[in-house]
Design a protein around this ligand. Sequence first.
Ligand code: ADP
Length: 306
Amino acid sequence: MTDVAVVGSINHDLTIMTERHPLPGETVLGLEHFSGGGGKGANQAVAAARLGGSVSMVGRVGDDDHGASLRSSLTREGIDTSHVVVDPVSPTGLALITVDSAAENTIVVSPGANSRVDVAQIETSRHLLASARVVLCQLEIPIEAVAAAAGLADGIFCLNPAPGRELPQELLDRVDVLIPNLTELARITGLAVSDARSALSSARQIEGPGAVVVTLGSEGALVVDGDRGYHIAAPQISAVDTTGAGDAFCGALAVALAGGQPLIEAVQWAMVAGALATTSIGAQTSMPTTEQVEVFITTNGLPALT
Ligand code: ADP
């Protein structure tokens, strides 16, 4: 049985390290560069697979070298790619990423084939989506496809609403666990969010999802579950590149929920995965394994409820 079906984007990432980000119109000489698999969907699928989940990916790549190599690298991670369609028209999605010396990133994505994941494709994965313990989506594919996946999911439906945008109420009503970061929370609610306190009051105003989990980077995470709200402190770690932290968190949370862990424990475990993903460069390459997460928890304990 599939633990986690990830419905989302598959991109080729080009990452350049730089002292600082260029201003508009400016060119800066960067440092080293890397290229490899990315896309929030594929990143979260890789995170879930490394953390022991049986994972299927639903998505779309172009009929090109990037698409072929991304499919085979997902397969090498143990992910079922039989629901990844090869699009005859559009190229594989491409992301241009810069990471500065403070480990902050900027990203521009050209979605390519990802923008052609449609309702018809989602319906061909009907059986998978109905039988998966957790269906996990993001917003790098058309929202109609996300809504169709939500409608077909019989297990727990998790939505990482990234990149941030307003969400239709019918979609919010189908979400079991909504996982925004601060920016995405502000986009969903239309409210200014600057810190944990304002995030908590904003998250409480979202109607529909069973629970809202807000990730706060080095400030940890918030959980709003019915009337209850919790803040959990981030694991102490020295971050090198924050690309992929949120994806590691979402993939890990999906695996933990698929394994039947209660929400708070699942979030604490996922926070360790998110933190470990910041300790090396890249997105998929930096996704931690179950063993790394367990070693960290044995040494440092679970992140604390504050
Ligand atoms: P996103 O990449 O979507 O913005 P976050 O940066 O909020 O997501 O990261 C997701 C989770 O990863 C956080 O809730 C936190 O637990 C962990 N994390 C991210 N950055 C750090 C950091 N600098 N130190 C410790 N933990 C971190």
